[in-house]
Design a protein around this ligand. Structure first.
Ligand SMILES: NC(=O)c1ccc[n+]([C@@H]2O[C@H](COP(=O)([O-])OP(=O)(O)OC[C@H]3O[C@@H](n4cnc5c(N)ncnc54)[C@H](OP(=O)(O)O)[C@@H]3O)[C@@H](O)[C@H]2O)c1
Length: 332
């Protein structure tokens, strides 16, 4: 099983540069290793003198291009199934295995964001830390910390790679998270809270400490609040559809969204098939009671469950599963 390196390997700044590049030009790109470290480049830049090159295929043209290059390189190919993301190695393998594992975990997020932009839709990654028996918190609501330090760093990397980080009102009330990037270098995502009732707007929470937090609500009477962007959206019985929430993000120029919990919110998106990538952290703990990660309508048979393609990553004695809904895999 691939380990997730921690702390940041040298390739992280290049991933952040790629994120910026993809916001401007959602096209194939290259990560280039030189004596001075890693950087991000266009595929037709002069790559001579590079120690290693990783091409990232978004349009599918790159493998041919790379095969013509007379230098060792790796090609990251987002595809389908277990090969949802895979490596081609024309020539010798130039990049350290730990770096390839690191890129393997985070490149699907960047590629997904770029692909979503090309398709004019928001890309959604969800992430939960749960126990062996599927709980994300005790019955009291305490959830800190089911995950470990490596998972916390991973969560901050995911915040930095997405345009928005979204949590449900229950998580704000219980955990009062800041939703900022602090464990790693990186840009700050827009903070978004889903609160059908709008009651989050009456509390004094840390998400409101800086200007620009977006609250998605079904409450048309929600009073304005200074420095908060309130989106009063159409609902069904007080519930917002995941598509409606995503449309509100898209309107604000937010192409990618990291769902950080809790279970009710993630389940809303899963039920609507609006999760593109699910990162499920499994901790070696059994609670035997508590708040479940997923609550969905009853299914009659196992065949009616939502299926995923999974790739495991080791996280300091815990396991992180990268899961792609099988329906998406079949369509890709
Ligand atoms: N282990 C982890 O990874 C993790 C991560 C995050 C949180 N947590 C824990 O999870 C617990 C909170 O989770 P939770 O499931 O109870 O709550 P939650 O998902 O954080 O928030 C639920 C609230 O979000 C709003 N909401 C969700 N879906 C909606 C929809 N479709 N339409 C409109 N509003 C919607 C509603 O707000 P209104 O009531 O305002 O309508 C709802 O009451 C806490 O104990 C927290 O510590 C654990």
């Amino acid at each position: 099983m691939s380990p997730v390196p921690s702390p940041d390997p040298a390739a992280w700044p290049a991933l952040l540069a790629a994120r910026t590049r993809l916001r401007q030009t959602p096209q194939d790109f290259a990560l280039v290793q030189r004596a001075g470290g890693w950087s991000c480049a266009a595929i037709d830049d002069d790559l001579h003198g590079a120690a290693a090159v990783v091409f990232v295929a978004i349009t599918g043209v790159i493998p041919l291009h790379a095969a013509r290059l007379a230098m060792p390189c790796s090609v990251f190919v987002p595809g389908s199934g277990a090969a949802a993301a895979s490596w081609l190695h024309p020539g010798e393998r130039p990049v350290a295995a730990t770096t390839l594992d690191f890129l393997r975990l985070y490149l699907p997020v960047l590629v997904g964001c770029a692909t979503a932009w090309r398709q004019q839709r928001v890309f959604v990654t969800a992430h939960l830390a749960q126990t062996l028996d599927g709980r994300i918190a005790c019955t009291s609501g305490q959830s800190q910390w089911i995950g470990n330090q490596a998972n916390l760093i991973h969560a901050h990397r995911l915040r930095a790679l997405h345009d928005a980080v979204l949590v449900g009102c229950g998580t704000v009330e219980r955990d009062d998270p800041q939703l900022t990037v602090r464990q790693v270098d990186g840009p700050q995502p827009r903070r978004v809270v889903l609160s059908g009732s709008g009651r989050v707007l009456t509390g004094d929470y840390r998400v409101f400490a800086a200007a620009g937090c977006v609250v998605l609500t079904a409450n048309r009477q929600a009073a304005p609040r200074a420095r908060v962007d309130i989106a009063r959206l159409p609902d069904e019985g007080g519930r917002l559809a995941a598509d409606t929430a995503c449309a509100a993000l898209w309107q604000r120029g937010l192409w990618s969204c990291y769902l950080e919990g809790g279970g009710t919110t993630v389940s809303t998106f899963l039920q609507s098939r609006r999760i593109d990538l699910l990162h499920l952290h499994l901790a070696p703990i059994v609670l035997g009671s508590g708040i479940p990660g997923f609550s969905l309508p009853e299914v009659a048979t196992i065949a009616d469950g939502t299926r995923f393609q999974m790739q495991p990553f080791a996280l300091d004695g815990h396991v992180l599963f990268e899961c792609r809904p099988e329906a998406d895999v079949a369509a890709s």
